[in-house]
Design a protein around this ligand. Structure first.
Ligand code: DQA
Length: 149
């Protein structure tokens, strides 16, 4: 059984109380449950993580690269939060590993402030999804499963 690695970046631990008008009322634990269900439905094993630290996220992308090389990774779903708009290091990590990565945002970043319109991750991602709320996570897992066949 292959692994779907779901990575969440800074401030996503605050889901549920953080700007509910933008991000909704589901907590990160609720999102993990949605991902568990979706992975079970698609025959994938879930590895779900969150970090507020850019370097830790880089390390996890490298770890995903090793799983990819070993043939045990279906892919990565990555909500990098604000690092999306700032991090060349995360761009380079994704490029450097050759992993299949779906960039994900809960909100429609293109309908928000101009500083959210540019992503350093999109050019390195296989696919990008935004604006589906937390339901984007199970949708992205379904997409990963569909790409894997
Ligand atoms: C986000 C959008 C980002 O612009 C923001 O910095 C986040 C969350 C989203 O899921 O909509 O932290 O990635």
């Amino acid at each position: 059984m292959k692994t779907a690695l779901v990575l969440n970046g800074p401030n996503l631990n605050l889901l549920g109380t953080r700007e509910p008008a933008v991000y909704g009322s589901a907590t990160l634990a609720d999102v993990e449950q949605l991902c568990e269900k979706a992975c079970a439905a698609h025959g994938l094993k879930l590895d779900f993580r969150q970090s507020n630290h850019e370097g830790e996220l880089v390390d996890w992308i490298h770890e995903a690269g090793r799983l990819h090389a070993a043939g045990t990774l279906a892919g990565v779903i990555f909500n990098a939060g604000a690092y999306t708009h700032t991090s060349i290091a995360l761009h380079d990590a994704i490029k450097g590993t050759g992993i299949t990565l779906i960039e994900l945002h809960i909100s429609n970043v293109h309908a928000r402030e101009a500083f959210r319109h540019h992503s350093y991750l999109s050019p390195a991602a296989k696919a990008v999804m935004c604006g589906f709320g937390v339901q984007g996570y199970p949708l992205a897992i379904a997409g990963l499963a569909a790409m894997a066949v």
